[in-house]
Write a protein that binds this ligand. Structure first.
Ligand code: HEC
Length: 155
């Protein structure tokens, strides 16, 4: 009896995994431009949040210093492929991206690459125990690179 019921549970779990698996494999998500807009705004908001949190630590000296490396890591990870958040066909709904994102793609991708490099550099200097000056300088560079893209590509 014991074995039988555990097999059943196992089997049910197998079914559940299959059902979830197909739900995840199916998502019309990639085909729903407004969902992609929501996702990119969520990712961008997280960049804003982690930048603001880092600024509070570095500029205002709040007592959460041990979190700085985590904020920096998230910034490095989520700036790795910004252009992918702006595929063709997502100039839809309620958003603040300028048309230039799609018409001047080369500049847009260069700005994205600058930010990616700057965020990686910020993370590296925090992780590797750089001096306060190096960390603040890398943080400022990253912030300027975010702004450079927003100036041209965000309303
Ligand atoms: C290559 C261009 C580019 C770079 C680099 C970039 N952004 Fe953005 N960002 C945009 C665009 C375009 C929007 C508007 C997106 C929309 O409304 O769909 C945006 C939106 C935002 C928003 C508003 C999100 C919302 O909820 O509507 C925040 C906050 C933000 N970015 C923060 C940052 C930070 C912080 C960085 C740097 C670490 C950064 N961005 C780097 C292009 C960029």
């Amino acid at each position: 009896m014991k074995n039988k019921s555990s097999m059943k549970i196992h089997f049910r779990n197998g079914c559940l995994a299959l059902v979830l698996g197909s739900a995840l494999a199916f998502p019309a998500a990639s085909a729903d431009p407004e969902a992609i807009v929501d996702y990119r705004q969520g990712v961008m908001s997280s960049l804003g949040g982690n930048t603001a949190a880092s600024a509070a630590i570095l500029m205002d000296g709040v007592d959460f210093r041990e979190n700085l490396e985590k904020h920096a890591r998230i910034l490095a990870e989520f700036t790795r492929d910004i252009p992918a958040l702006f595929p063709e066909g997502t100039d839809v709904g309620d958003h603040d991206a300028r048309e230039a994102v799609w018409t001047d793609r080369e500049t847009f991708e260069n700005r994205a690459a600058d930010t990616q490099e700057a965020a990686e550099a910020f993370y590296a200097v925090v992780r590797d125990g750089g001096s306060e000056q190096e960390i603040v300088a890398a943080f400022r560079d990253m912030g300027q690179s975010c702004r450079a893209c927003h100036d041209d590509f965000r309303r």
